[in-house]
Design a binder for this molecule. Sequence first.
Ligand code: C2E
Ligand code: CA
Ligand code: CA
Ligand code: CA
Length: 273
Amino acid sequence: AKEQGRGRYAFFDPQINARNQRQMKIKTGLNQALERQELSLVYQPRVRPDSQRITGYEALLRWHSEELGAVSPTEFIPVAESTDALGLMTDWLLHQVAQDLSEEVLQGKQVSINLSPRQFQTGNWAETLKAIIEQYDLLPEQLCIEVTESALVEDFQTTVAQLEEVQALGVEVAIDDFGTGYSSLEYLKRLPIDYLKIDRSFVRDIETDADDRVIVETIIVLAHSLGLQVVAEGVETRAQADFLRERGCDELQGYLFSAPRPLSELGVQQVKI
Ligand code: C2E
Ligand code: CA
Ligand code: CA
Ligand code: CA
């Protein structure tokens, strides 16, 4: 019966079968990615809209698999989350970022790293970050962690407790993809956070969608009234940047300024807006 089930599966839905096979390849590949040195980091700047000054960079993982070629983090992170791989990758990333922070191009800049919601259920981030800060002789404010709202939905108490400790260390905290998840004014007020990052989906249609304009304006006013800074992500056009600057958005990030690039290619380009 098992044999038959498998056969029917492949027969009726070759697409699902192909997808499962790719997932399996990703899963296996991720286990070897570190030792094969297939992972790398790219950095995307956050800029002040008025002065164009770069205040920091977001570190983003890249994986070039020998077998699969370049695999997007939107594809491999969810797979890594279900195994031990993400923990090892994040560890590698932290050491790499800490090392990169001694490079001249990152002097005086902050680097943000992404942590998945599930990573708050295990581990002690304050402890991990403190160890890195001591080992590499960093200032805590050189680091920022980005977490999505879903981390708070999954386990509010644990996540908040961890964020409090991280913030007490002096590392900054950003809520990523803000506006897409469950959010209430009530919890925002109580959260140990420094930045709200407005999700790209609201920024994208600013020019054409009056609702999105209102949402973006409201997020900025709300954040400021709570003493938080606002970063807009996915800024691709000058009109979007102008709107966000006029509304008082603190920092902008997106292809208009730069795509994420390897460390060796930072500090080259700058757009005037
Ligand atoms: P995210 O944290 O929301 O990161 C922003 C994503 O938007 C990045 O995609 C970035 O390349 C892309 N982006 C930046 N500017 C623009 C723009 O102007 N237009 C458009 N269309 N896209 C823009 P990327 O690098 O493919 O990463 C996708 C997601 O994968 C990230 O979304 C994050 O959730 C996850 N990710 C990446 N690196 C890590 C990591 O080290 N750890 C964890 N846990 N997740 C990661
Ligand atoms: Ca992010
Ligand atoms: Ca984001
Ligand atoms: Ca996003």
